[in-house]
Design a protein. Structure first.
Lengths: 233, 88
């Protein structure tokens, strides 16, 4: 791994993963799922099992999205062209601005997301009705696809960056991306395993939502400009 | 009997249902079963007193009042009860 590879692949890939990690529908759903299961008197082991099923579903959906994107991009001749990187950079800046403006609703209280209210109500009811590991797994898969409008851009950027690497490094890049993106869920899982009060986690998110929103949006905008300079020009 | 007004429906106030919801929120926040039950009883008693002269209240009013009553005993559980529906 040389300095060019670090600056032109690994650094933007890590930034894309951090942006993905900052999107919080997955975290909200896991928070509700684990809290609700404890509320209906499920044992700690069962809560852990269902939460693990949810995280595994999230992991697999994210992994499939990245691998699928790499496959599609590998077929396209123009994946490494300056024009394609220009389009990706532009989209990243646009999505970054959208994140800054719309990701969280403008309510002072709570962490209400951009989701249409009908969809949010459905996800709320679906999460609360989850009783089996397989349902939790599907919920994890659904959390990735429900937020695709925002996470598609960092996924495609990461896939296109990984495409330039050799096979072994490509696998490492995919794993680095997915594991960084999964970090908030893993932290929440540890938080739950230790029996910590879930309200303190929700409170922390509510108090820092504007900061997280601005950082995620700004990071995506900076990433867009960075890729434009190093890849498109 | 006090009526609880929702967006589309109106239902009778059900103290048992409220008690269960309070207990569930408390259990969600890692409060022990006995403590959660105790908390629910005290909160329901407070809400009963608050409702005595009210023929109807909105579901939102009831929720906020319940959270406030919970807050007298456990601020963290009250926060969870109030904000659970604002997660996403």
């Amino acid at each position: 791994m040389n300095i060019t590879e670090i600056s032109q692949v690994w650094l933007p890939l890590t930034a894309a993963a951090l942006v993905t990690a900052s999107f919080s529908l997955g975290v909200s759903m896991l928070t509700l799922l684990s809290g609700h299961l404890r509320g209906i008197e499920q044992s700690a082991a069962r809560v852990q099992k269902l939460s693990a099923g949810y995280i595994f579903g999230f992991f697999l959906a994210l992994l499939s999205s990245v691998v699928g994107s790499i496959y599609v991009l590998s077929i396209l001749d123009f994946a490494h062209s300056g024009e394609f990187w220009s389009i990706l950079s532009g989209v990243a800046v646009g999505v970054g601005l959208a994140v800054m403006l719309f990701y969280y609703r403008w309510d002072k209280n709570g962490t209400k997301l951009w989701l249409p209210r009908r969809m949010a109500e459905y996800l709320y009811a679906r999460t609360k009705a989850t009783r089996h590991s397989f349902e939790a797994f599907l919920l994890g898969v659904g959390a990735v696809f429900a937020e695709l409008i925002f996470i598609a851009t960092p996924i495609i950027i990461a896939a296109n960056l990984a495409l330039a690497l050799q096979r072994g490094q490509q696998i490492a890049a995919i794993l680095v991306y997915v594991l960084i993106a999964l970090m908030p869920l893993l932290i929440l899982q540890i938080f739950n395993a230790k029996g910590r009060r879930i309200s303190s986690f929700i409170k922390w998110r509510e108090n820092n939502k504007k900061f997280l929103q601005i950082v995620a949006g700004a990071l995506l905008i900076i990433l867009g400009f960075y890729l434009f300079i190093y890849k498109a020009m | 009997m006090t009526q609880i007004l929702n967006k589309k429906t109106t239902v009778n106030y059900d103290k048992e249902r409220l008690g269960q919801a309070v207990q569930k929120a408390a259990r969600s926040n890692c409060i022990l079963a006995g403590d959660a039950e105790n908390l629910a009883q005290r909160v329901v008693a407070k809400i009963d007193r608050w409702l005595t002269d009210k023929p109807e209240v909105t579901a939102r009013e009831l929720r906020l009042q319940t959270a406030a009553a919970m807050g007298d005993y456990d601020l963290e559980a009250a926060y969870l009860y109030e904000n659970e529906k604002r997660l996403f």
